[in-house]
Each structure stands twice: as structure tokens, then as C-alpha cells.
Design a protein. Structure first.
Length: 450
């Protein structure tokens, strides 16, 4: 149990910086720094294209380098955590608002790339790769995934509830952003993240070693093999769409509550939809995975979430509390995904070893993570483009009625469609159902003489 709890703290650290940026950085850039939404969207997209090289390159480095006594993956959590949290705090520096436009855009680009494409990559790829080497058992990996997701949901609840109380205030009847409080919130969350990484580092250990081979395949051969891995391609496609849907919803939430519902402070309780269902489902998620299969219950949940969001789009809900209740219900549909997605990548790594005879935990995890980051970038980019398309005026405390209604439509209909698309991708492309996963485990046991 200690190692599961220790692993949980790693994602608490990750999400204290990642979810803070996902939920509020676009608002900081547009409402405090005064950057144009389209420029921010281009920055987010460019950073994720760069991640195609940094994520996969770092994963390959982890698979090929000589491990230290602290382990192949664990050691790098300890080494990169401090620079990560320092740069995370600097993302929210309020003094850039008075700079020339080009200079503050450059500052935003440099700090965002250092945070996401360098230091977050080093910590997150190392941390995520740990799950597949902490245990060879799919049931135990499902448990690790549930604990990781539980940590992410706890962080998500905190990120959802606390920052809106600190960074928003109502002035003359209009909900607005407080720049100085934004920065102090970023600093506080960075300090907490560093403490969580330290707890994770002291509790986790690596127990599964790669099976020795006569000659490691080249990177190009590895990529060719991965390109033929339907399980990896299906998971990547599903992850990309799901990240796009969920993070687009998070990016638009601040504007939805500031402008459509005219109460920015309610954006905190509203984000319960993203995290409360996962906490409620956590005690039964591993059992559901064993009983019905991870793929099977994830697809069912996504289709339910899609139906709820499409209902919201069609009914145009005006009551904030009705909206919150319905999105919480949709969150129960997606809760199984957030709890079990990290166990899926362990199954994919096993599947690739069955296919190729080689185990490349870091590289496979990094390739999948890059797809998730592309979804993140597209979410930020799509949010910026959507805000521009509906006529959003950066820096203005009020918006037109047409713009406000456009924000609502983007926040409901688009996620509903994307959830349905992701469910169909996993249903028809991703091949690792419960029976196939069990067969792969038995095959690997036989090869290792267990």
C-alpha cells in the first residue's frame, strides 16, 4: 500500500502545476498580460509540436541510458522537480502586463516552453514510465492507475475550488481577475508540488527490468514497429481527442462563468464535475476493470458523457446549479477513463513486447504522452480560435450577447461531439479487450519462465 500511496503523490505534484496551467493560464495571458487569444493558441500548438521531439527523445534517453542506483526513471523525478516548480511559478508573473507586446509575448513563450517542453517532460515521462516497472501484474497496475488518478482528482478538486476564491473578485457588478493574487497562487501551488514530488521519490521503487536482448533495435526500427501497433495508435487517437475535449472544457470554463453566468467564483464548484466522480468511483474502479475489462467500461462511460453534453447544448441551460449538476453526471461517465487510462498504457507496453520481443517502457509512454499533449495544445489553440471567432475582446470586462452565447455553445456541443468520436475510436481501433490483455500476460510469463 505504501508504494501505491507514494505513486499517488507523484500525480498530486504533476497536477498542481499542470491543471493550474490548463485551467487558468489562458485567462492570465488574455486578461492580465493582455495577449491576443489567437497568439496564445499558436504558442500552445507550437509548444506541443516541439514536444514531439522532447517527449520522445526523453523517453528514448530513459530506455537507453545507464540507470543510477536510484533507478532508471525514479532518479529523474528527484533531479528535475525543483527547476520545474520554479518555472511554473514564473508563468504567472504579473509585471509583464506593462511590457511592450512583443517582449511579453516572448517572455510567455520562453517560460511556457521551459515549463512544459523541458522540465515537465523530464518529470512526467519519468514518473509515468514508473508504473510499468513497479509491477508486472495487470491487476496491480490497475490499482496503481487508480491511485494515480485519485491523486490527480484530489489535486483537481483543490485546483478547481481554491484559485477562483483567490484570483477573482466582483468590481461594480462585474467579475474580474486579480493579477497579484494570480502570481501568489502560482507560487503556493509550486511549493506544494515540490513537497509532493519529494514524498513520491522516497516511496516508489522499480521492480521490473527489461529483458536483455543481443542488440537493441535502432530508433527508426522502433518507430516503424510502433507505427504498426494498433493498440498504441488507437490509444493515442483516443487520448488526443479526449484531452482535446476535457481541456477545451477547462479552458473555456473561466469564460463561461465570467461571461455567461457572470460569476467567476462559481467556476470552482463547477469543476467538481471533472474530479468528484473519479473520487467516488475510485474504490470500485479496479474491480470494474477486472470484471468487465478496462476498454469496455471506458467506452461505455464516454458515450454517456457525450450524451449529457449534447443535451446541455440543445437545452441551453441558464441556471448555474442545474448546469453544475448535469456536468457532474457527465463526469461519472468519464470517471472510469481518468481512473484507468494509465493502466491502458501498461497493457500497450506489454503488447509491444509480445509483438517485438523488446521492452521500451519510456519510449512507448512518451509517444502516448505526446499525443495527450497535442490534445492539450489543440485545446488551448481551439479555445483561442473559438474565442476570436465568437468575437471575444481581450482585456474587456464585458462582452456582447452574441459572444456570450457562442462561448456557451463551444463549451457544450464541441466536447459532446469529441467524447463520442473518442469512444468510437477506442471501440473500433484499440484491440486490447479483457481477453487479449490476459493472453498477453500469459505469453510474457511463459517467455520469462515464470
Amino acid at each position: 500500500m505504501a508504494r501505491q500511496i507514494g505513486y499517488l503523490f507523484g500525480d498530486l505534484g504533476n497536477d498542481f502545476t499542470f491543471l493550474l496551467a490548463s485551467s487558468y493560464l489562458l485567462v492570465f495571458y488574455t486578461n492580465v498580460a493582455g495577449l491576443q487569444p489567437a497568439h496564445v493558441g499558436i504558442l500552445f500548438l507550437a509548444a506541443r509540436l516541439i514536444d514531439a521531439f522532447t517527449d520522445v527523445g526523453w523517453g528514448r534517453f530513459l530506455d537507453r541510458h545507464r540507470p543510477s542506483p536510484a533507478g532508471r526513471f525514479r532518479a529523474w523525478i528527484g533531479r528535475a522537480a525543483l527547476p520545474l516548480v520554479v518555472v511554473s511559478a514564473l508563468l504567472y508573473a504579473p509585471f509583464i502586463a506593462d511590457w511592450d507586446y512583443g517582449l511579453k509575448l516572448t517572455y510567455a513563450a520562453v517560460t511556457y516552453l521551459l515549463w512544459g517542453s523541458v522540465f515537465y517532460t523530464m518529470v512526467n515521462i519519468s514518473y509515468g514510465s514508473l508504473a510499468s516497472v513497479m509491477s508486472p501484474n495487470p491487476g496491480e497496475r490497475a490499482s496503481l492507475s487508480v491511485f494515480r488518478a485519485f491523486g490527480a482528482n484530489v489535486a483537481g478538486l483543490f485546483v478547481a475550488l481554491v484559485p477562483p476564491l483567490l484570483i477573482y473578485a466582483t468590481v461594480d457588478g462585474v467579475s474580474q481577475v486579480l493579477p497579484g493574487s494570480f502570481f501568489m497562487t502560482g507560487v503556493g501551488f509550486s511549493i506544494a508540488a515540490l513537497a509532493f514530488y519529494a514524498i513520491c521519490y522516497t516511496q516508489v521503487r522499480e521492480r521490473v527490468q527489461a529483458v536483455p536482448v543481443q542488440e537493441k533495435r535502432s530508433f527508426l526500427k522502433l518507430l516503424r514497429s510502433l507505427a504498426g501497433n494498433r493498440a498504441l495508435l488507437g490509444l493515442m487517437a483516443g487520448n488526443l481527442i479526449l484531452m482535446l475535449a476535457s481541456l477545451l472544457t477547462m479552458s473555456m470554463a473561466a469564460y463561461l462563468w465570467l461571461n455567461y453566468f457572470n460569476n467567476g467564483a462559481l467556476s470552482g464548484p463547477a469543476q467538481l464535475a471533472n474530479y468528484l466522480p473519479g473520487l467516488v468511483l475510485a474504490p470500485v474502479a479496479a474491480w470494474l476493470a477486472r470484471r468487465f475489462g478496462k476498454k469496455e467500461i471506458i467506452v461505455t462511460g464516454m458515450l454517456f458523457s457525450a450524451a449529457v453534453y449534447m443535451f446541455l447544448a440543445l437545452t441551453h441551460v441558464t441556471s448555474p446549479w442545474v448546469f453544475i449538476v448535469l456536468t457532474v453526471l457527465a463526469g461519472f461517465g468519464m470517471g472510469t477513463y481518468s481512473l484507468l487510462v494509465w493502466a491502458l498504457i501498461g497493457d500497450v507496453i506489454d503488447h509491444e513486447e509480445v509483438r517485438s520481443g523488446e521492452r521500451d517502457d519510456g519510449t512507448v509512454y512518451a509517444v502516448n504522452t505526446w499525443a495527450r499533449k497535442v490534445g492539450l495544445a489543440l485545446a488551448g489553440g481551439l479555445a483561442g480560435v473559438a474565442l476570436t471567432a465568437v468575437g471575444f475582446q481581450a482585456g474587456s470586462p464585458t462582452q456582447t450577447e452574441e459572444t456570450i452565447n457562442g462561448i456557451y455553445l463551444v463549451s457544450t456541443l464541441v466536447p459532446g461531439v469529441l467524447y463520442a468520436v473518442a469512444a468510437l475510436l477506442l471501440l473500433f481501433i484499440y484491440p486490447l479487450n479483457r481477453k487479449r490483455v490476459a493472453a498477453n500476460v500469459e505469453e510474457l510469463k511463459a517467455r520469462r519462465g515464470q
